[in-house]
Unconditional design. Structure first.
Length: 415
């Protein structure tokens, strides 16, 4: 495998044409945050870390064009400096713009779709080295599919995003009984701009986050409190509990209950500083998208399965919500969606636990996050995506010889 670091779209074109001449595959990689082998290749690996600049900011139309390798955390800083913001974000901002959107990364919010739905224009280098500029009006079929392309349609070099004026969020984080959250789930989801919760295994508790837009001036947490909550509690002490639990799994329930909680916390801050949190404890993850109305039943089944099968789980189970969209391979295509994500500490055997969760999600037509671990194949996934054939038609057009294919795309999208 040869690794390249192009600094421009022209250099990407040259690399793709070189791969075509040599008859070898080529793949792009962003920050490497994916848990799957989506970006691996025995041919040419195109690392877009040098393609990370702002191309254009349109403050009248609230649009920003960036190179594909721009990391989300830096994009947030650029937007803040222009009085702009992304309308929604996930809880990790280490990914590149193209990597996050290509895998259907999302945040939470009942009326807000995932990050890919914020795209209004793209530039994609296809298998013969051509550059396709696409939008809803220009090459609409390519645009429709390439917003979540899983790296199978070409190499994205630039993305234009629809953004919004910068805004603040009032944050309320507090532990609640998970039974109470599920009993009034619609009220929590619909009654907040952004709602999510984490069920803590081996307990009856959920850690809830309610974030709502506000015109109040920023009133962030004192620095000492931020360090205590985000670094000491959520990373240092939690990481210690995970390490000890890996050495003695039978102690995990007691260790999980021993990690301190900040209790009820409320503050106001800029949106991007609320959405994303530092994550220093390493883990593996699987996440499934299911119809929103199935959330309560599915989570109760996961809780019962953990109890009945005796799994020792140190990581909370994360639950989020988004609006549906029309992107063919979006995990929220055509339906308002609940996302249930399960994690295990790095180095912990995950197959049994993740397979058991996946079997539950299969009953709801679950769609796995394209960048996180799962055991599906093209045969099992195709019936879950109404516009699967439309995506495949665009794939055949842009990459007839499978230049951008690898073991992962052959497994989940077919040859």
């Amino acid at each position: 495998m040869a690794v390249h670091h192009p600094a421009s779209e022209d250099e990407v074109v040259t690399l793709v044409r070189r791969a075509a001449e040599e008859g070898v595959p080529v793949k792009a990689v962003g920050s490497g945050h994916s848990f799957t082998d989506a970006a691996l290749t025995p041919g040419h690996l195109v690392d877009l870390d040098l393609c990370d600049d702002v191309v254009h900011v349109d403050t009248e139309r609230f649009q920003v064009t960036v190179q594909a390798g721009m990391p989300l955390w830096r994009l947030n800083e650029v937007l803040e400096g222009r009085g702009l913001a992304m309308p929604n974000l996930g809880d990790i901002a280490y990914q590149t713009v193209a990597g996050a959107t290509s895998t259907a990364t999302h945040g939470t919010g009942a009326t807000l779709p995932g990050l890919a739905a914020q795209i209004v224009g793209m530039r994609v280098v296809t298998a013969d080295g051509s550059v396709v500029a696409c939008s809803a009006d220009q090459e609409p079929d390519v645009f429709h599919c390439a917003r979540v392309g899983v790296g199978a349609l070409g190499i994205v070099t630039a993305v234009t995003l629809q953004v919004v004026p910068a805004f603040h969020l009032r944050v309320v984080e507090e532990p609640m009984r998970v039974a109470d959250v599920l009993a009034d789930l619609d009220a929590f989801v619909d009654g907040n701009d952004h709602f999510e919760f984490f069920w803590v295994p081996h307990t009856g508790w959920a850690l809830t986050k309610q974030n709502n837009r506000t015109t109040e001036a920023p009133a962030p947490r004192p620095r000492w409190q931020e360090l205590r909550d985000d670094h000491l509690y959520e990373n240092v002490l939690f990481g210690l509990a995970c390490r000890l639990g890996k050495l003695r799994p039978s102690a995990i329930p007691r260790l999980v209950r021993s990690v301190p909680s900040a209790g009820r916390v409320s503050y106001v801050d800029a949106s991007h500083r609320v959405f994303a949190s530092p994550r220093h404890v390493r883990f593996v993850e699987m996440e499934y998208a299911i119809p929103r109305e199935a959330c309560g039943e599915a989570l109760e089944r996961v809780r019962a399965m953990v109890r009945d099968r005796g799994f020792q789980i140190s990581f909370p189970v994360e639950v989020r919500f988004t609006a549906g969209d029309d992107i063919p391979l979006s995990t929220a295509h055509g339906r308002d969606t609940c996302y249930i994500a399960v994690h295990l500490y790095r180095g912990t055997p995950y197959h049994a636990y993740f397979s058991a969760v996946e079997q539950i999600m299969d009953d709801y037509g679950g769609r796995p996050h394209w960048g996180k671990l799962h055991f599906q194949t093209a045969a099992t996934l195709a019936p879950r995506y109404p516009e699967w054939d439309r995506f495949q038609a665009v794939r055949r057009r842009l990459d007839p010889d499978g230049r951008f294919a690898n073991a992962y795309t052959r497994r989940v999208l077919g040859a």
